[in-house]
Design a protein around this ligand. Structure first.
Ligand SMILES: Nc1nc2c(c(=O)[nH]1)N(C=O)[C@@H](CNc1ccc(C(=O)N[C@@H](CCC(=O)O)C(=O)O)cc1)CN2
Ligand SMILES: Nc1nc2c(ncn2[C@@H]2O[C@H](COP(=O)(O)OP(=O)(O)OP(=O)(O)O)[C@@H](O)[C@H]2O)c(=O)[nH]1
Ligand SMILES: [K+]
Ligand SMILES: [Mg+2]
Length: 463
């Protein structure tokens, strides 16, 4: 047994009708029993079977704190793999604190964030990527994020990586066996078969690493930067898209100085809208810093809304386009002509020609009057073009996993090059071992306290 402490925590959010306290560890049942009196007095909690529910009361000296239900789990058949109980109380924070205090008096310790799930991991109930998916599942707020987290929690990702690792292990064992017979110049590991396997592994890892683009977009939102000259109406548009007065709007040029961002789901796609400081020549020090940030955000965006007041002169528009277009390579650029309420049909046709000349998709809106803004939203969803995911898709959503995959890919490339160049077995085995190491980091076969601490400390208490 790795954990000798018995831990307890409130597992439910405040404000509900019922509040649940979770207890887990070797003394979980004995300690719970010591503060709990079953209504049927002959019954003893310690003697009850696993997966049963017992009704009774919890008293502090003479005073009844609450009437509760206690559920019972016996190791290894529980979430943590340890003996566990759950005490369902009425959802008063006073009651829950009183029960927690009693448990602690009898020898429990308050659980750290994520400690139940950490124990589940340490007791082999799940691997590390599955444990991380538990946190994602709790945080999921859309069908897509739910599907990704559910697929990862149920082990789709783990299975794929474990399979790869097993293949590599078989492969490296043979190479290392050859090293033992180095005098005799034998070849147990058929180099052609190895090369084929390497190419296969390279393909799988590449696919997984590439899926991070989609995974990250689904989980954190597709970054959309709203860029343009001062007073183009960027902040007005942000507020319309978010349906909230998030940014200050005024007729003063240079109102927005710092980057303002927030996410919202439009037709099932999560977007992260980023309002930026308007671009203009300025001697104002703070505004200049804001404009620098604008360009940095432009860098991170996948979609760029280049906002232009339709009332601006052609020359001004050309200048802006010249400044922004070169910075949008590999991004989707949409020219948004705002304030179309202020222009004539003729002016509109002129601008249309300009947009066609620049070969970029464009739209006319009036942010202030909310004209055509729904069409802009539709255009955004179409431009984002996110694939719909199912629970069977294996998609990387976690930056830690992505980084490990990039390292693994690097090592597998070296293996491949090594095979092509006929390098010696000991170098080959070193590169294979390295690849295995990085894959093992994802599932937690390889882990250290720092990594674990970092992961579980971001969980909520009681999970
Ligand atoms: N009340 C309550 N609800 C909950 C949880 C919980 O711990 N308590 N969960 C927790 O987050 C989730 C459910 N997860 C769980 C996973 C495994 C086991 C469990 O007892 N597993 C045993 C038996 C499996 C079997 O019957 O085959 C095992 O793994 O051996 C319990 C809960 C969501 N809802
Ligand atoms: N007529 C008209 N006015 C608009 C429209 N959209 C925004 N405005 C006005 O234009 C002015 C500037 O709007 P903002 O949203 O602050 O512009 P911005 O691009 O964020 O400006 P900076 O933050 O200074 O770069 C405000 O007075 C808005 O009310 C529109 O569609 N039509
Ligand atoms: K402004
Ligand atoms: Mg603004």
């Amino acid at each position: 047994m790795i954990n000798q402490d018995t831990i307890c925590a409130v597992a439910t959010a405040q404000g509900g009708a019922i509040g649940i306290i979770r207890v887990s560890g070797p003394e979980a049942i004995a300690i719970t029993s010591s503060i709990f009196m079953p209504v049927q007095e002959k019954v003893k909690l310690q003697e009850k079977e696993a997966y049963t529910l017992t009704f009774g009361k919890i008293c502090k000296r003479e005073e009844v704190i609450d009437e509760v239900l206690v559920s019972l789990f016996r190791a290894p058949h529980s979430y943590t793999g340890e003996d566990s109980t759950e005490i369902s109380c009425h959802g008063s924070s006073y009651i829950l604190q009183q029960v927690m205090q009693l448990l602690i008096e009898k020898g429990c310790r308050s659980a750290l964030p994520g400690e139940f799930t950490q124990r589940a991991f340490l007791n082999g109930k799940m691997d590390l990527s599955q444990a991380e998916a538990v946190a994602d599942l709790i945080a999921s707020s859309s069908a897509a994020t739910h599907r990704l987290a559910m697929s990862q929690m149920r082990g789709g990702f783990s299975k794929e990586l474990t399979d790869l690792r097993t293949q590599l292990l078989n492969f490296v064992s043979m190479v290392e066996l050859e090293l033992d017979f180095s005098e005799e110049d034998v070849e147990f590991a058929n180099r052609d078969a190895l090369l084929k396997l390497t190419e296969n592994i390279e393909q799988v890892i590449t696919r997984l690493a590439d899926s991070f683009n989609v995974g990250n977009a689904i989980k954190n939102g597709i970054p959309v930067a709203i860029i343009g000259e001062t007073n183009a109406g960027k902040s007005t548009l942000l507020n319309v898209l978010l349906n909230e007065e998030k940014a200050i709007v005024s007729d003063i040029h240079g109102t927005t100085r710092d980057v303002i961002e927030d996410t919202i789901t439009i037709k099932g796609t999560l977007f992260r809208f980023i309002d930026t400081a308007g671009i203009r020549e300025t001697h104002d020090k703070i505004e200049s810093i804001g404009i620098e940030r604008t360009f940095r955000k432009l860098d991170q965006a996948e979609i760029v809304l280049c906002m232009i007041a339709a009332t601006d002169s052609h020359e001004q528009i050309e200048q802006l386009a010249a400044k922004i277009k070169p910075k949008c390579k590999g991004k989707q650029l949409i020219m948004v002509f705002n304030k179309s309420d202020l222009i004539t049909e003729e002016q509109k046709n002129d601008l249309e020609k300009l947009a066609i000349k620049h070969k970029s998709s464009h739209i006319f809106i009036s942010a202030k009057n909310r004209e055509n803004t729904i069409e802009l939203e539709d255009l955004l969803v179409k431009t984002a073009n996110l694939p719909t995911v199912t629970q069977n898709d294996v998609i990387v959503t976690n930056i830690r996993h992505y980084e490990a995959l990039v390292h693994a890919l690097d090592s597998i490339h070296r293996v491949k090059d090594g095979l092509h160049n006929n390098i010696s077995g000991d170098f080959l085995s070193q590169d294979i071992r390295e690849c295995m190491h990085y894959l093992g980091e994802i599932t937690g076969t390889i882990s250290n306290d720092e990594i674990l601490g970092n992961i579980f400390s971001h969980f909520c208490i009681g999970k």
